[in-house]
Write a protein that binds this ligand. Sequence first.
Ligand code: PLP
Length: 415
Amino acid sequence: MRAYAELSPSPRSIMTPGPVEVDPRVLRALSYPILGQFDPEFTALMNDTMEMLRLVFRTDNRWAYPVDGTSRSGIEAALTSLIEPGDKVLVPIYGRFGHLLHEIAERCGAEVVTLEQAWGRVFDPADIADAIRRERPQLVAVVHGETSTGRVQPLDGIGAACRETDALLVVDAVATLGGMPVETDAWQLDAVVGGSQKCLSVPSGMAPITYNARAEAKILARKRVERGLRVPGMANLEPAEGRRFIQSNYLDLAQLQDYWSAARLNHHTEMTCMLYGLREGLRIALQEGLEARWARHRRHEAALVAGLEAMGMRLFGDSSCKMAVVTCVEIPEGIDGESVRAMLLSMFGIEIANSFGPLKGRIWRIGTMGYSCRRDNVLRLLGAFEAVLARHGASVKTGAAVQAALDVYEAGEIE
Ligand SMILES: Cc1ncc(COP(=O)(O)O)c(C=O)c1O
């Protein structure tokens, strides 16, 4: 048999919009011994995680727990549990992940109505609110931070329009949770999905989710208990009269919430190590303080942007709705974007991202998220990026970028 080399991944500066570098404390937590999933010591960790998720999502919702799977499992769990075949769903689209919401809603059997905005811009929230009043959908699904374009959609007034028309509002906050404000209760969001592998700096594999009583009412009306788990005397085994049971078993929030409640109804086998990691990532975020964490992301963004502009790079997109945690840079005419990325990785160990669809080959995306969002990473990236661009024959102003970023750091007295 071939002798396989011992696992030894290279150290990297991961400056993409996810996955990003993981805090060493989270890596350590991932390696602790397994506990049984109904061991009281483990269920206490589950309860801690729910409590910390409520704080991070800024909600008093009873339900806040992770769905096992990558972030889209959380999105799919919310949509498949909340959309009944034939429901009308409104999806405002301003990038790749809006298209994903459309795609999943269609697969749930919804009649989907979309609004489209050019990539690089967002909607005036009043236009979304008007469309809600006009279309009267049962559900509205919108991306908060669109990583494909680096834009953030203001959500004010959208929740109120949903309450007025009795629609549920589902928000993809995968890329913003833990790095930018996500105010579940204040913004009247009915269900919110976060990401582990972005601003929370935990590996990919769990999708934090929260939803309120309005969403729960719809979920419970569609609840069906798995046949092999039914015991004599158990009530509400099938959905309410005329309602359609939730299509997915794995992503069924009605059964998942039973597992996350004191009843601990058996469903899947919990991902023990991932739960350790998520709990540690949440603990670290709360220890830093959410406001302080958002401010840290803004400060490193300011240094990065100052450096890129000093170098003469053009930033992509409408600056008034730029995400603090993603910076999109236009690839200069005649420069091979993939070759620049490859050289950054092979020569400097730094990873940045490309983009999708209409922006493929047109922009690079630089993430400053979670544990990757650090001064040493920003300065190293600026120096390396300048060198690699010059090596590719791009016209860049050399020697200015790192100095501009240092000016920002020194002026702001950043750690
Ligand atoms: C805004 C947004 N939504 C959803 C997803 C999907 O997440 P995952 O790849 O973890 O399933 C991503 C991933 O990059 C994202 O950036």
